[in-house]
Write a protein that binds this ligand. Sequence first.
Ligand SMILES: *[C@@H]1O[C@H](CO)[C@@H](O)[C@H](O)[C@H]1NC(C)=O
Ligand SMILES: *[C@@H]1O[C@H](CO)[C@@H](O)[C@H](O)[C@H]1NC(C)=O
Length: 405
Amino acid sequence: MIHTSLRKKFSYCVLAFVLFAAICVWKERKKGSYYGSLKLQTNEFQEPKNLEKLTTGSGSQHVSSRSTQVPHQLSRTLSPRVPHKTKPQPTFQVWNKDSSSKNLVPRLQKIWKNYVRMNKYKVSYKGPGPGVKFSVDALLCHLRDHVNVSMVDTTDYPFNTSEWEGYLPRENIRTKAGPWRRCAVVSSAGSLKSSQLGQEIDDHDAVLRFNGAPTANFQQDVGTKTTIRLMNSQLVTTEGRFLSDSLYNEGILIVWDPSMYHADIPKWYQNPDYSFFNNYKSYRKLHPNQPFYILRPQMPWELWDILQEISPEEIQPNPPSSGMLGIIIMMTLCDQVDIYEFLPSKRRTDVCYYHQKFFDMACTMGAYHPLLFEKNMVKYLNEGTDEDIYLLGKATLSGFRNLRC
Ligand SMILES: *[C@@H]1O[C@H](CO)[C@@H](O)[C@H](O)[C@H]1NC(C)=O
Ligand SMILES: *[C@@H]1O[C@H](CO)[C@@H](O)[C@H](O)[C@H]1NC(C)=O
């Protein structure tokens, strides 16, 4: 009697366990497909900075999501292209310009809230918005008139002191760069791999690349031309290779480092994010003839203010991504800017960079920069087709030069 009731109990236990295991497996699968759809929107101009910030910024990045939300098509929407009369046009699922943080997995929302709470750069936005609506032309004018793309200059204290004499380029960047007609901004996204975009990219009058993104061995996919290389200060500060790698010897270099929110150059100089100044000077001594500029540290915040103004919700109080900064820099120098794999194509992947074989959730998610809103803006301003985004990862924006405001 005792024996059979024990057996009965045991088999109930086994049954319960099997049921539990089945539910677990089902949940895992669901989670997997949700990540699949999320990754679409975050694979960009990743830089070591993001990773570093994410790792130090939040301990939660390895905690896996327990999302039970219904998967959203947050980054995909059917293209509203008008169908042709005789031949129906195919539709392409591309970035939705109204993507919202509400659709992010709870893990990312938590990281987001951590950044808001930390408010490292002491952001206190007092401008209009959030959610101010502009027409495309009005937004372009707004960007042109409020984001001052210029470089630190020999008259800016303390760069006017003897300690800095001879280090900054004497010529204004505008005499070295542009004006150009058609420009390309090339992200470092893993989705550039096997894109065969090299020729198309090289056909532009000028090409901007980021950080340590190479062209050697990747010409087929990313081209060979580098006219401008935009680098974050972390790379210039910490990467020993920066001074010796010939990768950096081509084109015009620009390094950027964020100030505290709208702090001026003297204040920033006392408290940079990364103190890159010694390496900058060393590089200038080694390569005195290569133009190498320092972006005015206020510029990222001037851009950030507009991102916040037009976004309907609170965005991360961290500077925009290198990718977004590079796009704006090229918009000031070119009539037209083609941007590759900022808005993800059909080749979207979890691989962080086209030139490195690593996968990292943090890298793909890009929770540090207000990337989601940068992409919403680029999608809104895009003058190309959804087909170009889907097939080539290409968005096309008008430059500022021929705007009539
Ligand atoms: C942009 O910044 C530079 C350097 O500080 C300054 O000389 C120039 O007047 C500014 N331009 C505008 C439009 O504010
Ligand atoms: C550098 O600029 C500061 C602030 O504009 C000014 O007060 C100072 O006299 C300048 N120094 C030199 C050596 O020109």
